[in-house]
Design a protein. Structure first.
Length: 600
């Protein structure tokens, strides 16, 4: 441990206790990070080391320790120290009279997501929760991290501050900050811009059809729009890490950075580009909502197990509400596009049978065992706290605006939570969250909470849109109701989902069945809809399937079609009051979304 590094990590219980990690990548093509953890000034008879099982922002126990191999413990002089495993993520080293300890291990890294680690011949990326041990009781201590790249041209990008002029050496004030600071190592491209006097940077790995000048300009608009809502930026600099891959999508928020992953050719199509900018807006909004404004269940992180809260509908759902609103406010797209995206969200929710089974508060609490582990029955019994939380936030915003004639909105709720909880990073209770909404609306929301957050009542979109001169129109498909989702897999039409209570379920069809024929005529997944149009509700149709390699024939009684899409549309004759409320909400004249008419 160098003297410069030692002086950089003196923020601990005693001036003599030091923590330093070194991460090397000697053979990146082997997908192995080699980690050395040097501890100085230790005075306890044993050393406990615990590996996180999850990372904040992604609510699933991922068992990161499963990728750890080759653990060893020595003194700096090379004396082997006795150690044993206490639990799946818990190592204990005997250290009687030992002040200096060197822990070494390797991490296999070949999973390219924003939550995990990836190392190959082109770059290295790691999420520190999946890379580093913590020492229980010493999480508040400062930590130095030195990266040793495999090639001199490789650079390092991370939101952590550097240590003096030491090459590739950084300092985390504590373990929480370390976990919250991803690393990108390689020959990635760097793009910089300034917003509100503060530096921002994109670190981009991979190639694609992105127009970086447009992305930088639009990201700057998003940064400034969100900062205006909260009254400034709560950091000194910010890093966007972007991975371009064949076909993937996702993001993970951090206090001074975010990790993004996106399809490399997903930028020329306007819808796909808008989706990317919504992803940027979503992860950036988490700077406030979740990273600083967070529920009591996430106020202090327990890295050993699940951290429960029933407020993820607000943490993620309200953020999803804003990831559509912010690009509109930033003039990346217009009101028509915004309402189209809201319509798509309503359609997605109304196409989820589980909305009538699982309350969104329960969905929040059960994220650890359900959201990230979907199965063939998930849509029947689950609802996404992202999706329903977004639409609950949409209705609450409309309600607050209606009650106050646009004098207040969901923005006021966010600002109130920021002042009371976010700035001081004190967790809020569900009662305090509800109170913040009630203060903005000036109304008691007990019934709303009981019906739509803790209950499964249908969300009353038309009722809340009506004061703004809008409604929701449903559309019926041309086919009778069957109740299956069928996809082509290796040339076969495979049933992927059977809706509970549907004609298909009543006839005995199951996920995994291979659909062969309708009325003894071969059918493919692509042909299914057209073939069903030949029948009427009430018709009995013979379906032939392979069920676990056994040929079966299932008579299916088709039912009346059910709505398959929902659209937010203007009322035929909105009143002046409705038009005024609409204009105050979206900042545009109501006529801008009136249906266009054409001469017959």
């Amino acid at each position: 441990m160098t003297q410069a590094v030692t002086s950089a990590v003196s923020d601990c219980l005693t001036d003599s206790l030091r923590f330093e990690y070194e991460v090397s990548l000697p053979r990146p093509e082997a997908h192995l990070f080699e980690v050395t953890f040097v501890i100085g000034g230790w005075s306890e008879p044993s050393l406990d080391l615990k590996f996180p099982v999850w990372t904040p922002g992604s609510y699933l126990v991922r068992e990161y320790a499963r990728h750890l191999q080759g653990f060893s413990a020595q003194t700096p002089e090379g004396q082997e120290l006795e150690w044993h495993k206490v639990g799946k993520n818990h190592w204990q080293v005997k250290t009687p009279g030992i002040e200096g300890i060197k822990i070494q291990y390797r991490i296999f890294a070949n999973e390219l997501t924003v939550r995990t680690n990836h190392l190959d011949a082109t770059h290295g990326y790691f999420n520190p929760a999946a890379m580093f041990f913590r020492i229980p009781g010493y999480e508040h201590c400062a930590i130095a991290i030195t990266i040793t790249p495999p090639h001199p041209e490789w650079k390092v990008s991370t939101p952590l501050p550097p240590v003096g002029n030491l090459p590739h050496t950084y300092k985390a004030a504590n373990f929480d900050e370390l976990v919250d600071s991803p690393f990108e190592i390689g020959t990635h491209a760097i793009y910089e811009f300034e917003a509100l006097g503060k530096p921002h940077q994109f670190a981009v790995w991979g190639q694609g059809n992105l127009n970086m000048q447009r992305i930088l300009k639009d990201t700057q608009r998003i940064v400034e729009t969100e900062a205006a809502l909260f009254g400034g930026l709560p950091y000194e600099r910010y890093l966007f890490l972007l991975h371009l891959v064949a076909n993937s999508y996702g993001g993970l928020e951090h206090k001074a950075a975010c990790s993004l992953i996106y399809s490399r050719f997903g930028f020329s199509n306007e819808d796909s580009y808008q989706k990317f900018m919504s992803l940027v807006a979503h992860e950036f909004f988490h700077l406030w909502n979740v990273k600083r404004i967070r529920p009591q269940g996430l106020e202090t992180f327990d890295y050993d197990q699940e951290n429960y809260t029933d407020c993820l509908w607000f943490c993620e759902g309200t953020t999803s509400f804003y990831d559509l609103v912010i690009p509109m406010r930033a003039q990346i797209y217009g009101v028509d596009v915004y309402l189209k995206k809201v319509s798509e969200a309503i359609t997605q929710l109304q196409s989820t049978p589980g909305r009538a089974v699982q309350p969104v508060s329960e969905s929040s609490f059960d994220a650890w065992i359900k959201l990230y582990r979907p199965d063939a029955n998930s849509r029947n019994v689950q609802v996404s706290y992202y999706l329903k939380g977004e639409l609950i936030s949409f209705l609450l915003d409309l309600y607050i605006r209606t009650q106050t004639q646009n004098q207040r909105s969901l923005d006021d709720v966010m600002r109130s939570l920021w002042q009371d909880f976010g700035k001081v990073e004190v967790g809020f209770s569900r009662e305090q969250l509800k109170a913040a909404f009630e203060a903005a609306a000036g109304q008691d929301l007990t019934a709303f909470w009981a019906n739509y957050i803790d209950g499964t009542a249908e969300l009353p979109f038309a009722k809340y849109l009506e004061p703004f001169g809008l409604t929701v129109k449903s559309e019926l498909p041309a086919t009778p109701y069957f109740g299956v989702t069928v996809k082509t897999e290796q040339g076969a039409a495979v049933v992927k989902f059977v809706e509970a209570g549907s004609p298909a379920e009543q006839a005995g069809l199951e996920p995994g069945d291979e659909l062969l024929a309708i009325a003894n005529f071969r059918v493919s997944a692509e042909q299914l809809s057209d073939r069903l149009q030949q029948y009427q509700p009430g018709d009995t149709v013979l379906m032939t399937v392979f069920h676990q390699d056994m040929l079966r024939q299932c008579p299916v009684v088709l039912a009346e079609p059910i709505p398959h899409s929902f659209k937010v549309q203007p009322l035929p004759t909105p009143t002046p009051a409705q038009q005024a409320l609409f204009a105050g909400w979206l900042g545009t004249d109501f006529t801008s979304i009136q249906p266009q008419t054409t001469d017959p």
